[in-house]
Ligand binder design. Structure first.
Ligand code: FPP
Ligand code: MG
Ligand code: MG
Length: 398
């Protein structure tokens, strides 16, 4: 903590930008259906940590100084997603698919969008101490949070979650259908906003995140009793499989949005790669801490269910380490803690083992690698703030 206090404060650098994000997201999610508006904005109404947009904006600033490639032309087209839907079509097409009242409303929105400004200054670059956040990078931060939230809306249905961000889980309040539609809608609006960045490389990278998320979820589902069971033994193979899954389900979005932010700064290839390696290590470390907190923090503190992973049949890092000390965990892992008493026994063995400390050490190793990756960026308060975020992820309790 001492180490961390000397570093620039991320909130001071981009806090004001982050404070607009909820309002901006609400605009990006405007639809003609009041119910869809309510459900798709539901998780944004509770305060999330906004770690992903924070990282995108800090990477934007940290890569705004230093060497640049020539000739990149990405730009944010249109100022509001309300205008995205329709301004790409000609007027007659837009009139064909909307009732007269609707197309009038849309036209007003398009005109309004060019006059309005969110919170006073969102469409101009945000410049502080010579560190710049471009409008494309601000929009990327919003897209990243939309993709994340979309995956949570689906995840809570899949995991039968009771709560999220201290609220009843989306499907508990609105039902499964609404939760799935809202997740799809967020993803649709995120895709449109992404296309509007007019940067094919960034579009391709961010699209690949979506298949990574599904790939990660499938790896997690894979039946451990399969013949080619990747987690049959508590050895390197099981751990590699777990870490690969962890990269896909959590690391990919963070890593690739950091990469995309550096690309939008027009950074040279080595800087773009460093931003990716930073995000990749931070992302894996972030999920390791998530898997640790599932064993150590109460549901009240987390704002979501605790002790949930064993109930879901998942053997995360604390269990894999405990299994190395207590081979009797093997059959429980293989049957996904399905028999009566399995969850309680696994819970006790994890707490009796070194599993929790070792998981923290592993997370700390990933955080060190993340910080190392920052070394090739020019020194700046944004680079320091990235270091500070990395350290704070390691000590987070929710
Ligand atoms: C939370 O993990 C969930 C994820 C990290 C990704 C979920 C991905 C999908 C459901 C695939 C579909 C993707 C899209 C974009 C619609 P967790 O359940 O371990 O964490 P939790 O404790 O926060 O629920
Ligand atoms: Mg899940
Ligand atoms: Mg879940």
């Amino acid at each position: 903590d001492q180490q961390s206090r000397k570093l620039a404060d991320p909130k001071e650098l981009v806090g004001s930008e982050l404070s607009f994000i909820t309002d901006n997201l609400a605009r990006l999610l405007e639809s003609g259906h009041p119910m869809l508006n309510t459900v798709s904005r539901y998780y944004f109404s509770a305060s999330g940590k906004h770690i992903r947009p924070l990282l995108v904006m800090l990477v934007a600033q940290a890569t705004s100084v230093g060497s640049k490639r020539a000739g990149r032309t990405s730009m944010l087209v249109g100022t509001d997603v309300d205008s995205i839907d329709y301004s790409l079509m000609d007027r007659s097409a837009s009139q064909n698919i909307h009732s007269d009242g609707e197309s009038q409303r849309v036209n007003q929105l398009i005109e309004g969008a060019t006059k309005e400004s969110h919170g006073g200054r969102p469409y101009a670059p945000h410049v502080r101490e010579g560190l710049t956040i471009l409008p494309t990078q601000r929009r990327l931060a919003e897209i990243t949070e939309m993709i994340h939230t979309s995956s949570l809306l689906h995840d809570d249905v899949i995991d039968h979650a009771e709560t999220r961000r201290g609220l009843p889980a989306v499907q508990k309040t609105f039902g499964n259908k609404m939760a799935i539609f809202a997740g799809d809608f967020l993803l649709a609006r995120a895709s449109m906003a992404l296309a509007r960045l007019r940067d094919p490389e960034v579009i391709e990278i961010m699209a690949s995140v979506l298949s990574d998320l599904v790939d990660g979820e499938f790896k997690q589902l894979k039946n451990l009793a399969d013949d080619d069971a990747p987690m049959a033994r508590p050895d390197e193979g099981a751990f590699d499989y777990y870490l690969e899954k962890t990269y896909l389900k959590t690391g990919s979005l963070i890593a690739k949005s950091c990469r995309s932010s550096a690309i939008l700064s027009n950074s040279t290839d080595d800087i773009v790669e460093a931003a990716y390696i930073y995000g990749r290590n931070l992302g894996i470390g972030f999920q390791l801490i998530d898997d640790l907190l599932d064993f150590t923090v109460s549901a009240a503190e987390l704002g979501k269910p605790a002790g949930a992973d064993l109930e879901l049949g998942l053997a995360t890092a604390p269990v894999l380490y405990a299994w190395q000390e207590y081979p009797q965990l093997g059959p429980l892992v293989a049957r996904k803690f399905a028999h009566d008493g399995d969850v309680a026994m696994a819970w006790d063995l994890v707490h009796a083992s070194e599993g929790l400390q070792r998981t923290k050490q592993l997370a700390s190793h990933y955080m060190e690698r993340a910080i190392e990756a920052l070394a090739i960026l020019p020194a700046s308060s944004a680079r320091e703030a990235l270091e500070r975020v990395t350290l704070s992820v390691l000590t987070r309790t929710k």
